[in-house]
Unconditional design. Structure first.
Length: 212
């Protein structure tokens, strides 16, 4: 009886390890290929207009999986943000309005106020304030701020933050794939991504509560 229970426990552990390794390998393949860049680009476009989760989360996860592809993954995220910002501002200036999930009235008012008083430079408040970029995109549509200036500040303010995110993930990835013993890499990778996801949603909840 004891031997049967032990055998079952061993089989379960082996199957769990195999699933973890498969998940990690699949994530690395996505990050290293064009699919990863495409996902990041579309994610960033959507986030600039309506999607509530910042592209930095996906960017860090992919760079962690494949650190040597960090430059092109970063480029895809930045390009998506600029595209989404451009489309959002142009649609807004054509009179279009749409719902922004998890964006509160205080966030909208803050974004509008910063842009109204500081012009495009008001975007420097975005990375650390927690106010979503999409709130600035909608706000600028009603203000005399040149689209070119807005995108240039987008590249600076958001680009710097994304660069920092990619750099941190790249260093963590270098440690993971070179220092952590091979037999523990897949489990460590999945654990780190899971922990980062929990932190992301916790941070998002905290921001919403703060700006409610």
């Amino acid at each position: 009886m004891t031997a049967t229970i032990t055998d079952h426990a061993v089989r379960t552990a082996v199957e769990s390890t195999s699933r973890t390794a498969t998940l990690s390998a699949r994530w690395r393949r996505i990050a290293a290929g064009r699919t990863g860049m495409g996902v990041l680009y579309v994610w960033a476009v959507a986030e600039a207009m309506v999607w509530p989760l910042i592209p930095d989360s996906a960017l860090m996860g992919m760079v962690l999986a494949s650190p040597r592809h960090a430059p092109r993954l970063l480029a895809a995220a930045v390009a998506g943000t600029l595209t989404g910002g451009t489309v959002g501002v142009l649609l807004g200036r054509l009179g279009a309005h749409w719902h922004l999930p998890l964006v509160t009235e205080r966030m909208r008012d803050a974004a509008h106020g910063w842009l109204a008083t500081g012009g495009a430079d008001g975007l420097w408040h975005q990375p650390l304030s927690g106010v979503p970029y999409k709130a600035f995109v909608q706000a600028v549509a009603d203000l005399p701020v040149a689209l070119g200036d807005f995108l240039w500040l987008t590249l600076q303010a958001r680009g710097v933050r994304m660069l920092a995110s990619a750099a941190v993930a790249s260093m963590a990835g270098a440690v993971l794939w070179r220092v952590v013993p091979e037999r523990h890499r897949a489990a460590t990778h999945v654990t780190v991504v899971a922990a980062a996801t929990v932190l992301l949603f916790s941070g998002l909840a905290a921001v919403i509560v703060h700006w409610s």
